[in-house]
Ligand binder design. Structure first.
Ligand SMILES: Nc1ncnc2c1ncn2[C@@H]1O[C@H](COP(=O)(O)OP(=O)(O)OP(=O)(O)O)[C@@H](O)[C@H]1O
Length: 638
């Protein structure tokens, strides 16, 4: 049974809320009528294109349920922390009567011996209390940080295994937002875990110990004192709800700020070239102001809650105790009063701690939800359980009636029954109008997306039957944007190899063939030079040659090449072209061609238009009149 509800209870940023219309399909378990799964379908308000895939996991009502397994995995540290807390409370409970006795000892003793002895006893007890309290904090802090780190690692691991569609915007989450969740919000989760661990047992122990002392002095007055607690619970519940809302808003504003920075900083070239500095500064200012306002609201609320609780508790307590004392006429001696009030003060402290922990809990809840949201998207590209490892391929590629579209049925198909056979060792140049689906075809060949119908065969084996890693080992991809990572040149060329298995001889050989060795050897540390973020140290042509060296290192039988459109100077162009020719030799190559020379080099040219392939004749393509109609529309650089 499926119900579609229009008002989502699922957390979503106001930014997304304003952009997208959401539809939630809640599936009920037919036998028990209980909520089993939530399928989330987020569609664009304008195109109605789905932006989320379905949620895969049963709904867990409480963020604490998410945290539980990670905390349990740190049980040894938690146990140590709680044992230290028990010891700390034990020393505290010995300290309280000693403090109460001290004035009498001072008044009654004739020599210095007894006060010194009592003073020393108190000092030892206080030192023991502080030492055990410190160890309690240290163990619990380590447990919560380790648990949060495990969550962070797990979330990232799920994230990198998501479909490419998730990162291409179909997940409805901006990359800056993702980075914010994994860094800053995971830190909030650690604070929340610590607050919980440091409150549940230690506070309960201290409350029990101090209450016992109070009850021992005056059971009735203690009972009256505890009556103030329910007043506090109401206030705490109300303020906690408010804090949760305020906290969620502040998470969203920071996430927006982070997403903005993530977008604008790598695009500084475009900003500067378009005189956009002022515009971007004012955009940042407004987002930063929004974030500051929301954070301030959260911080004020956080500060307010423990004080409000303390005030309510002490106020209620004073009223109740005074009323009780007046009515009952009970009287206390000095020691009893001191003992009772010390214990009472030490009850107020943990109650205040409960308030603070409640703060952290309410503030951490949205962070837990947002963090675990990232693990809920289910990949559409799934590896079959009986998928096969293919050792060697000749490079025979067949696209058989491939149909594909991004989004739902309302979006137009990018490929519509496309058929193409590329024989082993053949170089096929793919041309066609911009937006015709050339890059999409490359993505399908690497199984970054699956076709809606039809199949893609590599050496007559459906790529959906192959282990994903095995397929991607046999198909190398060289993109227009070289996509280098911060790290050394060697690590970039041998990106596929684990760091410890980099074969330097192969790296150097690949670099030589790719015409990259000459400039690499002149770098300060040669192959060990750090290339800066996204290879900022290199020119466009150098980056392309490193990307070609990377593909050569991979040594796959099939090469998919999205030729760069950006023009290089003639020498650089020649070096890149030579490198490409060497890379393409003895491989099956599908090249998304943007240059006439590449088309001339190819064995065949196919035009991708209207979602289908058409064979083109090279001689007519470069006839006396120049370019054919189809190439005129395409992005061929002449
Ligand atoms: N991740 C995506 N989500 C939704 N639509 C997409 C996505 N990627 C591409 N498209 C759309 O699919 C169509 C084909 O895009 P594709 O990038 O494959 O074209 P192309 O032929 O490579 O274009 P160009 O030559 O300009 O690079 C375009 O209409 C594009 O808007």
């Amino acid at each position: 049974m499926a119900i579609t509800v229009s008002s989502p209870s699922y957390p979503i940023s106001p930014l997304l809320r304003s952009r997208f219309q959401q539809t939630f399909t809640i599936t009920l378990n037919p036998s028990t009528n209980t909520l089993r799964r939530t399928h989330l379908c987020c569609v664009s308000a304008t195109t109605r294109e789905p932006l989320y895939t379905s949620l895969s996991k049963p709904v867990q009502s409480s963020p604490l349920a998410h945290l539980q397994p990670y905390l349990l995995s740190e049980w040894q540290l938690i146990l140590k922390g709680w044992l230290c807390s028990a010891a700390s409370v034990y020393f505290l409970s010995l300290t309280v009567p000693s403090i109460a006795l001290l004035p009498r000892v001072l008044c009654e003793s004739t020599g210095p011996q007894r006060p010194i002895k009592e003073g020393l006893r108190l000092a030892v007890l206080a030192a023991a209390r502080f030492a055990t309290a410190y160890l309690q904090h240290a163990f619990l802090l380590e447990a919560s940080l380790r648990a949060a780190n495990r969550i962070r690692v797990r979330v990232f691991d799920r994230l990198v295994h998501n479909d490419l569609g998730f990162f291409e915007g179909n997940g409805g989450v901006f990359t800056g937002d993702v980075a914010h969740r994994i860094t800053s919000e995971a830190a909030d989760v650690a604070d929340m875990a610590f607050a919980l661990l440091n409150t549940v047992v230690p506070t309960a122990l201290q409350l029990v110990a101090m209450s016992t002392q109070m009850v021992a002095v005056s059971p009735l007055l203690s009972l009256v004192s505890f009556l103030a607690i329910p007043c506090m619970s109401f206030i705490m519940a109300y303020l906690g709800k408010r804090l949760r809302e305020v906290s969620r808003e502040s998470h969203f504003s920071i996430a927006r700020l982070s997403a903005y920075l993530n977008e604008v900083l790598p695009s500084m070239l475009a900003v500067k070239a378009n005189n956009g500095e002022k515009k971007e500064s004012s955009k940042f200012q407004s987002l930063a102001h929004e974030a500051m306002r929301d954070i301030l609201r959260k911080k004020k609320m956080k500060e307010f809650i423990p004080h409000a609780m303390k005030l309510v508790y002490i106020g209620g307590l004073a009223a109740l105790c005074t009323g009780f004392l007046v009515i009952s006429g009970e009287s206390f001696d000095g020691t009893k009063i001191l003992s009772f009030s010390t214990a009472l003060a030490l009850v107020i402290n943990p109650i205040q701690d409960v308030g603070k922990a409640y703060n952290e809990l309410k503030q951490g809840e949205p962070a837990v939800e947002r963090l675990f949201d990232l693990t809920r998207f289910e990949s559409k590209v799934m590896e079959k359980t009986n998928a096969i490892e293919v050792e060697h391929v000749r490079g025979d590629i067949k696209f058989c009636g491939v149909k594909f579209r991004y989004g739902d049925e309302t979006s137009p198909p990018v490929l519509d029954g496309a058929d193409l056979h590329i024989r082993p060792g053949e170089t096929v140049a793919l041309v066609g109008p911009s937006g015709g689906g050339k890059t999409t075809l490359a993505k399908l060949l690497l199984r970054l997306y699956d076709p809606l119908c039809g199949s893609i065969l590599l050496d007559d084996c459906n790529i959906q039957d192959m282990i994903l890693g095995s397929l991607r080992n046999h198909v190398a991809l060289v993109l227009q944007d070289a996509m280098l990572f911060s790290g050394t040149v060697a690590k970039n060329i041998a990106y596929r190899a684990p760091n410890e298995e980099i074969n330097m001889a192969q790296v150097e050989n690949a670099a030589r063939i790719a015409n990259a060795h000459e400039f690499i050897k002149d770098l300060p540390n040669g192959y060990e030079t750090n290339i800066g973020p996204r290879g900022s140290l290199f020119s466009g042509g150098q980056k392309q040659r490193i990307a070609i060296a990377r593909a050569l290192y991979q040594n796959s039988s099939v090469l998919v090449l999205d030729e760069a459109t950006s023009a290089l100077d003639s020498r650089s162009e020649l070096l890149v072209r030579q490198a490409l020719e060497r890379l393409m030799a003895n491989r099956t190559v599908l090249v998304i061609a943007h240059r006439i020379e590449t088309i001339k080099m190819a064995d065949r040219v196919v035009v991708l238009e209207g979602g289908k392939f058409k064979e083109a004749d090279k001689s007519t393509l470069f006839g006396a009149n120049g370019l054919l109609e189809s190439t005129e529309q395409s992005s061929i650089v002449v």
